[in-house]
Design a binder for this molecule. Structure first.
Ligand SMILES: Nc1ncnc2c1ncn2[C@@H]1O[C@H](COP(=O)(O)OP(=O)(O)OP(=O)(O)O)[C@@H](O)[C@H]1O
Ligand SMILES: O=P(O)(O)OC[C@H]1O[C@H](OP(=O)(O)OP(=O)(O)O)[C@H](O)[C@@H]1O
Length: 213
């Protein structure tokens, strides 16, 4: 028997919005994923299984062909690069903005700026384009703390409502990119299994279009 098609989903916030979208496309896990410690789930779509993993790992699984398709935030694709991946669909979920932000009223005091972020590649590119010399400091979360503790001058982070920035005495500055979740497909799998993969992509595309209508 051939291996089932595998769709890798980002757990957490994106998963909550992905499951209803997939259900409208006719793809439903056969058990309650939130009530399970399992990582692999059969679905109502014949020959398609889900794996549920961290967003930062989704491109790795899909790039290596360990998963054929994936759902992941554009922020992660911009940070990691999209080599080996097609990005056929904007799913229009988990929408937010990737921004620079700083303490309210912050003004540059010199030629160098210290920037805390988990998006180090995006931050380096952004400041390099502006000709600003940035020392980029890698963090794994709670970026808003870094300026308060004088670890950094600015941050590069996700902004949605702006509540997290406001609660920590910061304000948004420049928008780097508009973010939403994307469907990605392994390029080699798209050639080798074009028919079955295209059917899945079409069903999800129709569900996205329904939602927008
Ligand atoms: N406030 C937000 N509003 C809308 N979308 C968001 C927001 N924050 C993050 N996202 C999107 O959701 C994705 C996952 O974010 P989430 O905060 O759930 O995970 P994380 O804590 O950053 O990841 P991990 O659990 O892997 O460390 C991000 O890559 C981004 O695309
Ligand atoms: O503008 P807002 O609506 O406040 O959203 C922005 C916040 O959302 C994300 O954090 P999340 O809530 O996922 O927590 P995390 O630090 O665990 O990633 C992001 O890192 C910001 O801190």
């Amino acid at each position: 028997m051939s291996r089932p098609l595998t769709l890798a989903l980002t757990k957490g916030r994106i998963l909550k919005e992905t499951l209803p979208l997939l259900a409208r496309a006719g793809i439903e896990p056969l058990e309650d994923v939130s009530a399970s410690r399992k990582l692999v789930f059969e679905t109502s779509w014949p020959g398609l299984q889900l794996v549920i993993i961290r967003g930062t790992d989704v491109p790795t699984y899909v790039r290596h062909g360990a998963a054929d398709l994936g759902v992941v935030g554009k922020d992660i694709l911009l940070e990691q690069g999209a080599e080996g991946l097609y990005e056929p669909l904007d799913l229009n979920i988990a929408r937010c903005r990737l921004m620079t932000a700083g303490p309210v009223g912050w003004q540059s005091g010199g030629a160098r700026v210290r920037v805390a972020t988990k998006f180090v590649n995006i931050a380096r590119r952004h400041f390099a384009r502006q000709g600003v010399h940035a020392e980029v400091i890698k963090l794994y979360g709670a970026m808003e703390l870094a300026p308060m503790m004088d670890l950094a001058d600015l941050i590069v982070d996700i902004v949605d409502t702006g509540n997290t920035l406001r609660a920590n005495g910061m304000e948004p500055m420049e928008e780097i990119a508009a973010i939403s979740s994307r469907l990605v497909v392994n390029k080699a799998a798209m050639r080798a299994q074009h028919g079955p993969i295209q059917k899945v992509v079409n069903a999800i595309a129709a569900a996205v279009a329904d939602e927008a209508a």
